[in-house]
Design a protein around this ligand. Structure first.
Ligand SMILES: *[C@@H]1O[C@H](CO)[C@@H](O)[C@H](O)[C@H]1NC(C)=O
Ligand SMILES: *[C@@H]1O[C@H](CO)[C@@H](O)[C@H](O)[C@H]1NC(C)=O
Ligand SMILES: *[C@@H]1O[C@H](CO)[C@@H](O)[C@H](O)[C@H]1NC(C)=O
Ligand SMILES: *[C@@H]1O[C@H](CO)[C@@H](O)[C@H](O)[C@H]1NC(C)=O
Ligand SMILES: *[C@@H]1O[C@H](CO)[C@@H](O)[C@H](O)[C@H]1NC(C)=O
Ligand SMILES: *[C@@H]1O[C@H](CO)[C@@H](O)[C@H](O)[C@H]1NC(C)=O
Length: 555
């Protein structure tokens, strides 16, 4: 108040003199408002808030260190605006209408630590040629590649929040080009909250080696460039709340080993990839995932383990599973998710599967070693263990064009015609629509197409393997076609029959593969009782529809 009188006095004298000269200028409330700032002499501060100022006052002591010009009507800052105050450490210009800043405005302020430029709603970044061309008043925060912040070598806090950096009307223009923050190597605290930012240049924060706190909350960011935080090795807090993020790259936090707080609330995150968070390391202590449509399923079990002792999940109550989650978790808090209870059957199944796979490998080796001796015993064992019914598939012979398709090598036609066919016809009178070798193939079709046609339209296919047969390329092509259909349909509609012993080293890879997959095969024998057995089994194979079952050997 004392200061106000001090300043008012010369003004009154001045106007009196003018009055004396007969050129009266009345003192308006405007003059009273604009001149005086409240000064704290000891602290070297000046408070010029709410005074309708349209320029930076130039009458304050030159050693002023703290200056606040909040809520005035400043629309521009000039090279000369702060030349008078080189010792400024704190400057608050929030709540004005700054649209133009000359490029050397902040250059004299080598001591500046804390700069507040928030709530200047028309601050537009950057100054693009386009703005000038279209006659829009753009703010010259950075002209070409020269940063407005040049010279602010001591700046630790920069508040740019509540400005509009929305450049969505200009495609391919980054809200913050890489050179903007380049001079700010000492910056620790940066706020870009509520700035309408949708796109960030991957190198926007490259120079901010000292940054501790980064606030990007309240923007429209859908996707963060993978490397955006790469250079923020000192950063402890990243605030991304209230954006449009739907996913986070797995390497996003790769270099942020000091991160202790990560705010991700109010985004569109559905899946949280363990890889993304695993990299943050042991430093992370608080994370806010609330109000995201989190898809709670067993893939997320890691999160519950990870949110163990040292980690605090903020706003637990509002961290809710989306309606796309596992049924019992829908719309429930994430922490109702008992992954041990809900997901353990799968774990059990997985370990069972791998155990079974290992056992199967062992069994295959054994079976192959004892090949033919074991076959019948194992066949019975399989039936006992699984039962016919469980193994039945839903196929019906009537859905097929052919009942039985017999594939053999030309030289084996006699064997097939004399030893196999008569017995099968006798035992399977219901099989009327049979294809016997190449002679019954569809006429007028390409040979392999015709093989494929018959195999895929036959209820059952029998393949006769002999030493000569497995050496024949055409025969193996047919064999291959049948195998492919087994894989495609996952049904055991093919039975391989060894009509003679084939030495191990003559069995082609394809046939080994087929056998090692546990597919059904039989072995012809000259023994009469053995032949009876053979036909019993073959008949079973041809009438029971087994699903392919890789866990239990067929023989
Ligand atoms: C402000 O300083 C910059 C850099 O020195 C210069 O290019 C610009 O012309 C100056 N502005 C005015 C109005 O003198
Ligand atoms: C900047 O000024 C605004 C408006 O007064 C205020 O809300 C904000 O907290 C200030 N920023 C900092 C970093 O002090
Ligand atoms: C800025 O751009 C000019 C030419 O456009 C170039 O010569 C200069 O090296 C650039 N400066 C920086 C710091 O990138
Ligand atoms: C950064 O700015 C925020 C907002 O003003 C403040 O709460 C916080 O203490 C600051 N942090 C640092 C490290 O300066
Ligand atoms: C997580 O990331 C890895 C590697 O990019 C990817 O293979 C995996 O599918 C992702 N998981 C989810 C749930 O998105
Ligand atoms: C959040 O949970 C706590 C404890 O479980 C409870 O006391 C509190 O009322 C809940 N808050 C809301 C907003 O539901």
């Amino acid at each position: 108040m004392a200061f106000e009188h001090h300043v008012l006095l010369p003004l009154i004298i001045f106007s009196c003199i003018q009055t004396l000269h007969g050129d009266a200028v009345p003192i308006t409330p405007w003059d009273l408002k604009r001149s005086p700032c409240r000064e704290g002499v000891e602290l070297k501060t000046a408070d010029c808030d709410d005074r309708n100022l349209d320029s930076v006052p130039q009458s304050l002591p030159e050693d002023t260190e703290g200056l606040s010009i909040m809520n005035n009507i400043l629309s521009s800052l000039l090279n000369s605006s702060f030349e008078r105050y080189p010792l400024l450490t704190h400057l608050n210009i929030a709540g004005n209408d700054i649209r133009m800043i000359e490029s050397r405005t902040f250059y004299p302020l080598k001591e500046m630590q804390d700069l507040n430029l928030s709530f200047n709603r028309h601050l537009v970044l950057p100054d693009t040629g386009l703005f000038r061309k279209t006659g829009l008043i753009g703010l010259n925060l950075w002209r070409s590649n020269i940063s407005l912040f040049d010279g602010l070598v001591s700046l630790t806090t920069l508040d740019l929040s509540e400005n509009s950096f929305d450049l969505s009307i200009l495609r391919h223009v980054d809200a913050i080009p890489p050179w903007v923050f380049k001079p700010l190597t000492a910056l620790q605290n940066l706020s870009l909250e509520d700035c309408q930012i949708s796109l960030l240049h991957p190198l926007a924060f490259e120079a901010l080696k000292s940054l501790r706190v980064l606030n990007l909350g309240g923007n429209k960011i859908k996707q963060l460039p993978t490397d955006i935080f790469k250079h923020l090795g000192q950063t402890t807090n990243i605030d991304l709340h209230n954006n449009w993020l739907a996913n986070l790259d797995k390497n996003l936090f790769l270099n942020n080993c000091r991160l202790t707080t990560l705010l991700l609330s109010d985004n569109k995150l559905t899946r949280l990839n363990q890889s993304t968070f695993k990299l943050i390391g042991p430093s992370l202590t608080s994370v806010d995932l609330s109000r995201n449509p989190i898809d709670c399923n067993c893939e997320l079990s890691w999160l519950l383990d990870w949110i163990g002792a040292p980690l605090v999940l903020m706003n637990k109550n509002q961290t809710i599973c989306s309606s796309a989650s596992l049924e019992p978790l829908r719309e429930k808090p994430l922490f109702d998710f008992d992954s041990k209870k809900l997901c353990s059957p799968n774990i059990a199944l997985y370990s069972l599967t791998s155990l079974a796979t290992m056992s199967f490998v062992v069994i295959v080796v054994l079976v192959f070693h004892y090949r033919w001796q074991l076959r019948y015993k194992l066949f019975l064992l399989k039936l006992a263990a699984v039962g016919y019914n469980e193994m039945r598939d839903a196929r019906d012979p009537n859905d097929y064009e052919f009942d039985m398709n017999i594939i053999f090598y030309d030289d084996d036609e006699e064997w097939a015609g004399e030893r196999l066919l008569p017995t099968l016809e006798e035992r399977l009178p219901q099989f009327q629509r049979n294809v016997f070798g190449d002679k019954d193939l569809v006429v007028g079709m390409h040979y392999l197409d015709s093989i494929d046609y018959v195999v895929s339209r036959s209820y059952k296919t029998v393949i006769l393997l002999s030493r000569a047969a497995v050496r024949d390329r055409w025969f193996m092509l047919k064999f291959r076609t049948a195998m492919d259909h087994v894989s495609d349909t996952q049904t055991e509609f093919v039975v391989a029959v060894f009509i003679e012993d084939i030495p191990d080293d003559e069995i082609p890879f394809l046939a080994r593969l087929y056998l090692s997959d546990g597919r059904p095969y039989l072995h012809w024998t000259e023994d009469v009782r053995g032949q009876e057995n053979f036909f019993d089994e073959l008949t079973k194979y041809l009438t029971i529809n087994l699903r392919t079952n890789d866990l239990i050997p067929n023989e």
